[in-house]
Design a protein around this ligand. Structure first.
Ligand SMILES: Cc1cc2nc3c(=O)[nH]c(=O)nc-3n(C[C@H](O)[C@H](O)[C@H](O)COP(=O)(O)OP(=O)(O)OC[C@H]3O[C@@H](n4cnc5c(N)ncnc54)[C@H](O)[C@@H]3O)c2cc1C
Length: 400
């Protein structure tokens, strides 16, 4: 049996950062991960460049049953604190869009940063090693692996969410919650492309790969997370809809609901259509002011006005065109599931945790951090920021 001050299960973004911080505070730390290769989710993140934080992160960029829960952790360790660390390691980075910060070169720079922080804190990392049993025992946590038992006063569960099982995701945190009777908010795939059973366009193949900026919203189920509205790019694929707009909306979408897309702002469209010189233009030619030509033609065809001059279009059809372009409601059949999702919605119920420390309210010395908690960020670096912030507050509040 080996003794530590802290055992972290899960060597991903949150687990490694927590271990490094605690180690550098003088704690004897062990990290256990079942994966052969560490930091795989970081490696594939942000298209290989890791959108590691966002300059504008606030509590409003998160979905949680308790929308205020993240405030304390974000205040204790903000995106600017993580940026300082990235600068200390001289990792080149740039801002891409709406405050999103990406590595210039590779997401591997962030993995190296985390491993170096662990090295500085003399953290011991065991992988690939499966945890067989977790048991509370006389004020300590006993962690059994095939060969050895490890004991610590503090146990951090940082095993992430369910997305992308092929690179090591598991329901470990949810299983521990079940074992200890800790409440869980039902998990659901989020930041995920949406699928459609029926074709949404006459021949969807013709539109696959097409991307255009839209205003999108989803979420009739206001009682859960509110209403998500975004101005982002929508991408049409062979399977349905994707791109940042749809990924963002997917987090607010519930089965059976429609998503609402404005391909163009109503005011802009109505202004254009009311102009005198619009009368003699064809509908297709008018719409390409706002839409890719193929899409403009598709919408004109759907209303039987493809190639027609605007002056020739009946009043009723004119209104139908405005409705179609500004209030396009379509019901997804579902999501593309855990293999394609970027994050998990739901997880350990925040009611069970102290927001200032991430410690369990009922089990002293037990912490849950990162994605396994019911805190889910919007697209744009907010999920990693939650991993860093929750890890930092946990590492600074271990019991002695
Ligand atoms: C394709 C993709 C792209 C993304 N891009 C971004 C991005 O650019 N910006 C952003 O903010 N977020 C992004 N995310 C989300 C981000 O990766 C996660 O929110 C973040 O990694 C969560 O950190 P975590 O430490 O909680 O979990 P993870 O980083 O997933 O780490 C969990 C660790 O626990 C280990 N583990 C799991 N089960 C067990 C077990 N039973 N025993 C032992 N170890 C276990 C895993 O092997 C893993 O090492 C992306 C996600 C995906 C899937």
């Amino acid at each position: 049996m080996k003794n530590f001050d802290l055992i972290v299960i899960g060597a991903g973004a949150a687990g490694l950062f927590c271990a490094g911080v605690a180690g550098q505070l003088g704690k004897k730390v062990l990290v256990i991960d079942h994966a052969k290769v560490l930091g795989e989710k970081i490696r594939i993140s942000g298209g290989g460049r890791c959108n590691f934080t966002n300059l504008n992160t606030t509590h409003q960029h998160f979905l949680s049953m308790n929308p205020h829960f993240v405030k304390s952790a974000l205040a204790q360790f903000s995106s600017h604190d993580f940026i300082e660390l990235v600068k200390k390691y001289q990792i080149p980075f740039h801002e891409k869009h709406q405050g999103q910060l990406f590595c210039d070169e590779s997401a591997k720079d962030i993995i190296q940063l985390l491993l170096k922080e662990c090295e500085l804190g003399h953290v011991e990392i065991l992988n690939p090693v499966a945890v067989e049993k977790v048991e509370p025992m006389d004020g300590l946590w006993n962690i059994s692996t095939k060969d050895t038992d490890y004991v610590a006063k503090n146990l951090v569960i940082a095993t992430g969410g369910l997305p992308v099982p092929a690179i090591g995701a598991s329901d470990f945190a949810l299983q521990i919650a079940k074992q200890l009777d800790i409440a869980v908010v039902e998990p659901k795939a989020a930041l995920v492309p949406l699928a459609f059973t029926s074709q949404i366009f006459s021949a969807i193949e013709d539109f696959a790969g097409l991307s255009t900026k839209v205003h999108i919203s989803a979420g009739k189920a206001k009682e859960r997370y509110g209403f998500g509205q975004f101005d982002e790019d929508l991408l049409i694929t062979h399977k349905g809809l994707s791109g940042p707009a749809v990924l963002q909306a997917s987090s607010y979408w519930s089965e059976g609901e429609a998503i609402h897309v404005a391909w163009v702002a109503k005011e802009k469209l109505e202004n254009l259509l009311a102009q005198e010189d619009s009368r003699l233009k064809t509908v297709d030619n008018l719409l390409i002011e706002f839409l890719p030509a193929r899409l403009a033609k598709e919408f004109a065809k759907q209303l039987g006005i493809h190639g027609k001059k605007w002056a020739e279009v009946a009043k009723k059809t004119r209104q139908a065109l405005v409705d179609l372009l500004c209030e396009w409601n379509v019901k997804p059949a579902g999501t593309l599931g855990w293999n394609k999702a970027e994050v998990m919605l739901g997880g350990i119920d925040t009611k069970e945790l102290d927001s200032k420390t991430l410690m369990s309210r009922r089990y002293p010395g037990l912490f849950f951090i990162g994605e396994c908690v019911d805190v889910t960020g919007h697209l744009g670096g907010h999920n990693f920021q939650w991993a860093w912030s929750s890890a930092y507050v946990c590492a600074n509040n271990l019991i002695l």
